[in-house]
Design a protein around this ligand. Structure first.
Ligand code: CAA
Length: 259
């Protein structure tokens, strides 16, 4: 499929997805959200892709949902727009492959929310994070009220959302919103380096780790540990488990096959 607002490339076992509306600082309009939805489906079905890196073209990661598109929405259209964003971001969050956000610049509103739907966030030291929606007369609408509170805790999420403060990547690191901060020139290489490191592990095991963490975080501890035992057991049905443990015992390099 051809994309107008997204660049999709493959490098070995990595998929690199770039939001590509630099003139609007990669603001997410409906068309871009639908393209993102399509690209996630394509990646889900592509057995060659083990890990995804998501970034933005130009000086922004994503400066939010598209304000020009939202300005004149009626309540039902607003609800539908919010539901579209939530559907796409949830699909990304539940994708059976890890997604690393390489946050190259502004990650505001829907952009901060998009980064939070990824598994891991690596930020350039030029990146800026925030949920400025209340200053526009709206609430965060693509999961910000939920994922920010889960990531950084209720108190800090409330502070950021109520004030609309824009914070630096260093502050985002301090509060646990991002995993790592690097120089802009090395951002993509850092993200790809981490992605390749993950891609060297058994893809099915990594996928099940993601499912166990994501699902377990929504469960009580006993149910979550039971779920962990189930996915742990499932690993023993894979060729890669046999290969990983045999290679260890035979003191040789392992060769995973995603089977
Ligand atoms: N929607 C639509 N267009 C946007 C945009 C957005 N979220 N953010 C930036 N743009 C556009 C600007 O309108 C401008 O377009 P023109 O050149 O046609 O005028 C272009 O991108 C460049 O932007 P600026 O000239 O403003 O660039 P700057 O460097 O001076 O400022 C900025 C950068 C501080 C990020 C500023 O653009 C800004 O404040 N943007 C809006 C940020 C925001 O409020 N995001 C939250 C949106 S609401 C949301 O996301 C809801 C939700 O949860 C789902």
């Amino acid at each position: 499929m051809n994309y107008s607002n997204i660049i999709f490339e493959k490098e070995g076992n990595l998929a690199i997805v770039k939001i590509n509306r630099p003139k609007a600082l990669n603001a997410l309009n409906s068309d871009t959200l639908k393209e993102l939805d399509n690209v996630i489906d394509a990646i889900a079905q592509d057995d060659e892709v083990y890990v995804v890196v998501l970034t933005g073209e130009g000086k922004a990661f994503v400066a939010g949902a598209d304000i020009s598109e939202m300005k004149d929405l009626n309540p039902m259209d607003g609800r539908n727009f919010g539901m579209l964003g939530n559907k796409v971001f949830r699909k990304l969050e539940n994708l059976g492959k890890p997604v690393i956000a390489a946050v190259n610049g502004f990650a505001l509103g829907g952009g901060c929310e998009l980064s939070m739907a990824c598994d891991i966030r690596i930020a350039s030291n030029k990146a800026k994070f925030g949920q400025p929606e209340a200053g526009l007369g709206i609430t965060p609408g693509f999961g910000g009220t939920q994922r920010l509170a889960r990531l950084v805790g209720e108190g800090m999420a409330k502070q950021l959302i109520y004030t609309g403060d824009i914070i630096t990547s260093e502050e985002a690191l301090r509060i646990g919103l991002v995993n790592k901060v690097v120089e802009p020139e090395v951002l993509l290489d850092e993200a790809k380096g981490m992605a390749n490191k993950i891609a060297k592990n058994a893809p099915i095991a990594v996928k099940l780790c993601k499912a166990a963490i994501n699902k377990g975080m929504q469960m009580d501890i006993d149910s979550a540990l039971m779920y962990e035992a189930e996915v742990f057991g499932l690993c023993f049905s894979t060729e890669d488990q046999k290969e990983g443990m045999t290679a260890f015992v035979e003191k040789r390099e392992k060769e995973f096959k995603n089977r």
